[in-house]
Design a protein around this ligand. Sequence first.
Ligand code: PBG
Length: 325
Amino acid sequence: MLHRGRRLRATPVLREMLRETRLSAADMIMLYFVEETDDKAYRRPIDSMPGQFRYSIDELEKAVARDVDKGLRSCMLFGIPSAKDAAGSGAYAENGIVQQALRRLRVKFPSLYLITDVCLCEYTDHGHCGLVTSEGEVQNDASVQLLARTALSHVQAGADMVAPSDMMDGRVLAIRENLDKNGFVNSPIMSYAVKYASAFYGPFREAAGSAPQFGDRKTYQMDPANRREALREAAADTEEGADILMVKPAGCYLDIIRDLRQSCTLPLAAYQVSGEYAIIKAAGRMGWIDETAVLLESLIGIKRAGAELILSYFTSELLHRGLVS
Ligand code: PBG
């Protein structure tokens, strides 16, 4: 019988040379939580996300400095305001926590690519991603105006790119128009175009204190059972002027990443969310899995599916342990 080389006749060196998918530090975006507090030394661990913290601006700066030193190229910020209100005014306040953090990081780390999550849910007392009526209904269009205002305030404070995560209809266009009108024609938008209503966001909501106080996000986030809907969302955001499309969560949605990679030409990002991080960390701590191997396999799977960029809470650890370069 002839052997036609289905099996790679390769030494480890050749196997490495022929590897189809690679993780690189240039693909990875770290995520940080910054909290408004008078305590400059504030650094509070997030219980359900071992190794992740809520930082004061000073502590954030130190953490970022350590990561940049190890090769961090880009990060995204989430803000936790000291007070919340019905209109989420902390999201677009000139001196909001994210705006302050941006001004600091912009000066200290001129070449770090700064991205911000644009949403109201961390700033509203009801925890929804937009304004709600007295009947508890989310008001799409009024919310979009505030999101556009938030995005502009981030760019003015030094953000390189904004990433709207709210899932209101029409927000990418509104943000684009507002940025253009104010002279920020070169600031790109990474749209959370395909964001599922996922239970994997649980630890994040604990971390950011942003769980909805009533109802859920199913009226504006997508049903995990839907695949074609992802194509419609992606097409709409492309039409509205998104520069990069994001799929979130990542691990359970590799088919969606692949679908989008085949059906559209914009760069794609995938967000390995808090619950995905928590699961790997927890099983690793219990000694039930080889944590490092599982985490690398999960990330390579996301890249192989077709994502060019990965947002992951593991980014900083990967850099510090020399697992990516
Ligand atoms: C804000 C936002 C959320 C996440 C990112 N941006 C929470 C949500 O939609 O409930 C979740 C990220 C994670 O779980 O790591 N809307």
